[in-house]
Write a new protein. Sequence first.
Length: 252
Amino acid sequence: MQPIWISLATCGVMLLGAVIGVLLRRWLPDHHLNDHARDIVRLGAGLVGTIAALVLGLLINSASSLYEAQRAEVRQIAANLILLDAVLDQYGPETKPVRLLLREASDQMVERIWHGPEAKVRGALYGSGTLASQVYAGLHALPAGTVVRSALVAQALQLAVPISQARLALYEQSRSGLPMPILIVLIFWLTVLFASYCLFSPVNPTSAVALVLVALSASAALFLILEMVEPFSGFMQISSAPIRAALPPLAP
């Protein structure tokens, strides 16, 4: 389910909690809504509100850190690809088949990470038959020859390792998201808060508008969290342009 729909559904659930609070205020006998009950509900709502605020703050901080780390990882992959291609170009024309494989593997990596299960790419992610393994095999098959060429092959292999590690890490992270139990508990807390707001206070047009704005604000915070924990899709999607632009087409 898309973050925007989850956020809108959360907003609706919170407003439903406010409606439940209004109905309970009408249905409950007066002795259930005395000053003692008011104090207990307000103290409990304060505690739940504090916990919800702490959890929201921690989730936003964690999601933001994850988002920035993955964006930096994408840029680092692009930089390593540029360096690897430059090293192979410096080696000589014998590396053209490997460089072509590198471009095909980069396109496949972008498709797998940014399109996830919907990506229509051939081959497995792991194993000896992947394009990445073919690039490795091509690098190892390059003849060393001179000292300079040996150093270039060693440097190319040294650059290929972090690219492969980052590729696998980003692919796994692209399928992650906010754990469903955390999301359900957080929505429950917010719904309880909205119900407590309307349990003892009558709702007029001004307070109704305020409740809607508060619900939209809380659901917007949840929307930001969901978008940042899924950084390869949605409105805040990390751009794949650095990787796509890292390796220009080879001259025929």
